[in-house]
Write a protein that binds this ligand. Structure first.
Ligand code: NDP
Length: 309
């Protein structure tokens, strides 16, 4: 069995940054990259809000650079997906999909969260060409254009409001006739002249051409009327699923399944740290994920140091 002081599970900005810091601290970390190496940023194109890139950077390039930087200091990456962990005793043990086992004196969990999609045909294919689950990332590309947002929670309210800064018109589509979002967030949407709400409405189809999204077909669930609507952008705001299934309730999660952390990256298990979107339902940005990865690595280092390592 492979034995390490620091094992990092997940390879988005949080995992790469945790790897960079722990490798520079000479801890020879091992990163188990998971099914989607690089995480959510590999499904976006231009990233314009990561500091240090005045011309912007492609999401996959940024992830590749972060990985190379961590490798430069001795991080090892294994293209493996973790299926099981045992956090009941130290060293913690980790099992990968191919049956291989790794043990870690400390574990940093940075498995991220996945945006939920509706499951419509062409939805995933047109990510980056009109379909997006991140208004903060992609809103800027829809200046003076028409966009539609789906959802009725805080994420959808936030996306609609944010998009109204750029778009000429924002339509907010919700499947019911009341929002579940917090009252102040709802009020901000109601007060926003650029946002129009389509209640009791579900999306049936995404319409596209060679360039990208051109429209959507929606159904009113009360009248059953189907209409075609022109749109340049189609944003999902129906929530995120933190990737915590493999933990099978061994660690404290909040009611939405995000890992609960205190004092930055500390979980309820000493020696297990969490960073990035897997513990953050709020900010969900590459830069905040990277920052929390740094914090997790520093905490892991201090933890090992306190044990005389
Ligand atoms: P939520 O689960 O709260 O809301 C998801 C919304 O999407 C619901 O309105 C739901 O409809 C709708 N939805 C889900 N699946 C579908 C589907 N298949 N088709 C159509 N609509 C669908 O997720 P959020 O991401 O909005 O929020 C998650 C947590 O994060 C919450 O606790 C929230 O408060 C918090 N948050 C806080 C923010 C802030 O304070 N600034 C910002 C963002 C999130 P329905 O209502 O009918 O179930």
């Amino acid at each position: 069995m492979e034995k390490r002081d620091v094992v990092i599970i997940g390879s988005g900005p949080a995992g790469h940054t945790a790897a960079l810091y722990s490798s520079r601290a000479n801890l020879k970390p091992l990163v188990l990259e998971g099914h989607e190496p690089g995480g959510q940023l590999t499904t976006t194109t231009d990233v314009e809000n990561f500091p240090g890139f005045p011309e912007g950077v492609q999401g996959p390039d940024l992830m590749d650079k972060m990985k190379k930087q961590a490798e430069r200091f001795g991080t090892e990456y294994w293209p493996k997906n973790v299926t099981k962990v045992d956090l009941s005793k130290r060293p913690f043990s980790i099992e990968c999909e191919d049956g291989s086992q790794v043990s870690g004196q400390t574990i940093i969990i940075s498995t991220g969260a996945s945006a939920k999609y509706l499951g419509l045909p062409k939805e995933k294919e047109f990510i980056g060409r009109g379909v997006s689950a991140c208004a903060t990332c992609d809103g800027f590309f829809f200046k003076n254009q028409i966009v539609h947002v789906v959802g009725g929670g805080d994420t959808a309210m936030e996306e609609a409001n944010f998009l109204s800064r750029f778009a000429s018109k924002v339509y907010l589509i919700h499947r019911r006739d009341t929002f579940r979002a917090s009252k102040p967030m709802q009020q901000r949407v109601f007060d926003n002249q650029k946002i129009e709400i389509l209640w009791n409405t579900v999306v049936e189809e995404i319409l596209t051409d060679d360039q990208g999204v051109t429209g959507i077909k929606v159904k009113n669930t009360v009248t059953n009327e189907i209409t075609q609507r022109e749109t340049n952008g189609f944003f999902l705001g129906i929530g995120h699923t933190p990737n915590t299934l493999f933990l099978s309730d061994q660690i404290k999660l909040d009611q939405h399944g995000f890992i609960e952390t205190t004092d930055g990256p500390e979980t309820n298990i000493p020696g297990v740290f969490a960073c990035g979107d897997v513990q953050d339902p709020f900010y969900r940005q590459a830069i905040t994920a990277a920052g929390s990865g740094c914090m997790a690595a520093m905490k892991a280092e201090k933890f090992l140091e306190s044990e005389g390592k």
